[in-house]
Design a protein around this ligand. Structure first.
Ligand SMILES: C[S@@+](CC[C@H](N)C(=O)[O-])C[C@H]1O[C@@H](n2cnc3c(N)ncnc32)[C@H](O)[C@@H]1O
Length: 240
């Protein structure tokens, strides 16, 4: 796995982009930056086993290198699932396609480079937004969730993982500090942490847990249950 040193040298802040340089180090970057990422990926397999319906589709929206899809495929390969992976970064899509073709050669798989606003969703038993919604402009998030809700089969679910903020200022500061401590423990220097934070500032716009749950309810989901939290990173299962 290639080591992430993208923010190790002092440089002018430019907005974070999912380009070739990021895609090359992405597995190391996300593992060291998102506390619990590997646990989430492995439990997505468990949830896929629980919710995938035979002959349906599983969508992985903002798939990056396809880690979520691979985990879900491994637990549901007997169910004749069609896996649809979408990302709007060409750098991610080309690497994702070759990785998944290598690791799941017998799967019914499409890896598509497009904006998830354009993706049509149907016959889905499971849709995954694993740390993707936070990169969409806040004003288009509800429309996307409504479209996902419409495309889900009865009994289908959306799994939504996000970095969150807290409305209580003290808790927000504590959770942020704990996250920074975990990044330091994973070998990032203070300069790397602060340069990456500046690069993400206009690009990753987090909501509170309450905002997510209210938006999911507005989109039509009858219930959303939190199944994971590590510091300011959470994941929800939203039920149609
Ligand atoms: C943090 S990564 C997601 C990680 C990935 N889901 C995983 O589990 O490893 C966010 C991804 O969303 C993609 N993305 C952001 N906005 C998007 C959009 N509007 N349409 C499609 N993909 C998008 C980015 O290119 C990036 O690959």
């Amino acid at each position: 796995m290639k080591h992430d040193t993208l923010f190790a040298q002092q440089h002018q802040v430019v907005d974070f982009a999912f380009d070739d340089a990021v895609a090359d180090v992405f597995p190391d970057m996300i593992r060291r930056s998102v506390p619990g990422y590997e646990a989430i990926i492995s439990q997505l397999g468990v949830l896929a086993r629980h919710y995938a319906q035979a002959g349906s589709r599983i969508y992985d929206l903002g798939c990056s290198l396809g880690a979520a899809t691979l985990s879900m495929y491994r637990q549901s390969s007997d169910l004749n699932i069609e896996h649809i992976c979408i990302d709007n970064s060409e750098s991610m899509v080309k690497r994702c396609r070759s990785r998944l073709q290598r690791h799941m050669p017998d799967a019914n798989l499409q890896v598509i480079c497009e904006n998830i606003e354009e993706t049509s969703i149907h016959n889905a038993s499971l849709v995954v937004l694993n740390f993707t919604l936070q990169f969409l402009a806040p004003e288009i998030r509800l429309e996307l969730l409504k479209k996902i809700y419409q495309g889900l089969l009865p009994g289908g679910v959306l799994i939504l993982s996000e970095k969150i903020i807290f409305s209580d200022k003290t808790e927000n500061q504590l959770q942020t500090d704990w996250h920074l401590a975990s990044k330091r423990a994973n070998g990032y220097s203070d300069m790397e942490i602060s340069q990456k934070r500046a690069a993400l500032e206009n690009v990753l716009i987090p909501d509170t847990l309450e905002e997510h749950q209210q938006r999911l309810a507005k989109a039509g989901f009858r219930q959303s249950c939190q199944w994971f939290q590590s510091f300011n990173f959470i994941s929800l299962v939203a039920l149609k």
